[in-house]
Design a protein around this ligand. Sequence first.
Ligand code: GRF
Length: 205
Amino acid sequence: MKLKLAVLGSGAGSNMQSIVDAIEAGTLDAEIVCVLADVPGAKILERAARHNIPAQYLSCAPFKTKLEGEAEENYIRVMKEAGADTVVLAGFMRIVKPGLLAAFPNRVLNIHPALLPAFPGLHSWKQALDYGCRVAGCTVHFVDAGTDSGPIIVQRCVPVEPGDTPETLHARIQVQEHLAYPEALRLLAAGRLTIEGRRVLIDGR
Ligand code: GRF
């Protein structure tokens, strides 16, 4: 079934771009019905406007790191009014709370720049590098009440190369992110995903 996506971001929006590109290429049965950013002037808004996608800054004040209270209600209202059935967190630098999860049950997805459950939280690619990992990667998962803890849909990995800096490693991970998010959404759109406890089954397996 065609997904109606609301994309939430705070920054560059390269993941949103990969989703737009997949839709425009006809490889993902979805429509982005709104893009919301918690940072005024975030590049993700510019990118959305270029593709004629309704996009706006929506304040999360007074909170700095979470989406709660009146701000959460505003986000839910705008997304519902736009007809969204699925929420895509794409570089949205806030913790979402149970109110939003209840408004879109099992329909909130996130992408994290690490192979979860390793390195949840911030600057995960730097954490992987500092730890001395030989591989790093990204994870697309359903969002639950914890931080970066929900059932995993897709993971893709990359090697950590000698001489990598946080920037070179993050860039290599992002190439895989841009494949992973459309891939996860394609599975969702095709109705191939079911959640069974911690596990996400694809085609029942
Ligand atoms: C990505 O690395 C994503 O994994 C993380 O935030 C970054 C967002 O990048 N959650 P972009 O805004 O999609 O370019």
